[in-house]
Design a protein around this ligand. Structure first.
Ligand code: GLV
Ligand code: MN
Ligand code: MN
Length: 399
């Protein structure tokens, strides 16, 4: 079976899990649906004669049993955002599996493990890459206790109920880490290139901003006697967009992705509005300017409108630069194979970022249709995944 047909078959198996009626995927981290995705991939790997184990945080590693020495990880994630697509994360895991299968079939002595990292998406709890952060020393247990879902259940409680450790052992013996991922942007497609080599990865600050006012009767409360939390929040949402636009040249971005308005009915002046805000960038100072401006503006709005304002940072990571030597070597490999490519930054976050303190990290991007991601419209060509695999495969064989 060709690599293309095999990948199509594997995607076909996974495309039955966590699919919503509208065709989008909801495969949230540390849920039964994410478990099913992992079980399905482990099932495929069993059929390929591969082995696997789970670590204390619930991350899964697929390998061929080749020794205890230093090894290469090819990894990514199988969870998705709420109403996401089928290629984010999954492409990287299946690419790793394809490469490991070849290594096993050809009985090559190249120690590789496919890493499947839990809860890469921050959709619900505001913390991204939970599995990879935990085993690389990038996440404190206290943050898991603080992070909670809309039902006020903490991520700490969810993980411990599922039998996972929130302070697992660190991963060891890493030689290098690779991740193949869809670009989630429009650059490769616009340039007609099948491959990107990632130079750096932007990182987020995520925060909750809660406005509290007076919940009142919408008919009986005159306009000059209101303390409407939603109107204060609305003012902040548009200000946040302006702060993001002011940093366009530094590539920072700012998004209000969550609005939880209480009680959220026709005939009541809103009394409490919670905003979930995501501010990202490659330039830390630029990103911090957006954060500071947002915090100041929230306080000023609260003062002006007689509201109470509570701000808390849920999570924060540093932008990272990926290994320059690996970038050069991957570029050379692509050149040798006649694959046109470019070096580019990543605006989205990835598990790869958290391995940079432990070993050299390389990442390759493949195009996705119109750059759309975190949407049911997300689409990548399997042929492009095969192209990315060719580069990683050749690099592993010749390095
Ligand atoms: C991961 O998908 C992210 O939110 O960057
Ligand atoms: Mn994603
Ligand atoms: Mn991803």
């Amino acid at each position: 079976m060709s690599d293309l047909t095999l990948l199509e078959k594997w995607f076909g198996i996974l495309d039955t899990i966590g699919i919503n009626e509208d065709g989008s995927t909801s495969r949230l981290g540390y849920t039964d649906t994410e478990d099913k995705m992992i079980e399905a991939v482990v099932g495929i790997s069993d059929e390929c004669g591969l082995k696997h184990y789970k670590d204390e945080a619930g991350n899964t590693f697929i390998h061929n049993g080749s020794g205890d020495g230093d090894y290469t990880i090819i990894g990514s994630h199988l969870d998705s955002v709420v109403q996401g697509g089928k290629f984010d994360g999954v492409s990287g895991v299946l690419a790793g599996l394809l490469i490991l299968k070849k290594i096993e079939e050809q009985k090559l002595n190249i120690p590789v493990k496919v890493g499947i990292f839990r809860m890469e998406e921050s959709s619900v709890f505001g913390i991204a890459s939970v599995g990879s952060k935990l085993i690389t020393g990038n996440l404190e247990e206290a943050s898991l206790k603080k992070a909670s879902n809309p039902e006020s259940v903490s991520l700490y409680d969810i993980m411990t109920k599922r039998g996972y450790s929130t302070s697992p052992a660190m991963i060891k013996n890493l030689k290098q880490y690779f991740e193949l991922h869809i670009e989630q942007g429009r650059v490769l497609e616009a340039k007609g290139l099948p491959l990107g080599i990632v130079s750096s990865i932007a990182a987020p600050v995520r925060m909750w901003i809660k406005f509290t006012g007076n919940q009142d009767h919408s008919g009986a409360t005159p306009m000059d006697l209101r303390k409407d939390s939603l109107v204060g929040a609305a003012e902040l949402i548009t200000a946040l967009e302006t702060f993001g636009k002011e940093e366009l040249s530094n590539a920072s971005v700012a998004t209000t992705g969550i609005v939880r308005n209480t009680p959220n009915v026709f005939n009541v002046v809103p009394g409490e509005t919670l905003l979930g805000i995501d501010i990202r960038g490659i330039d830390k100072e630029s990103r911090e300017r957006v954060v500071q401006n947002t915090e100041k503006k929230a306080a000023a709005i609260a003062e002006k409108r007689g509201l109470k304002c509570d701000i808390s940072r849920v999570s924060q990571s540093d932008p990272v630069k990926l290994d320059e030597e690996l970038q050069k070597k991957l570029s050379k490999t692509a050149e040798k194979l006649g694959i046109p490519h470019m070096v580019m930054p990543s605006g989205a976050g990835h598990d790869a970022m958290f391995f940079t303190k432990l070993c050299p990290v390389g990442m390759i991007f493949i195009p996705c249709k119109e750059g759309i991601s975190h949407s049911k419209e997300e689409h990548a060509e399997i042929e492009d995944i095969v192209t990315g695999c060719k580069v990683l495969w050749d690099y592993l064989l010749t390095s």
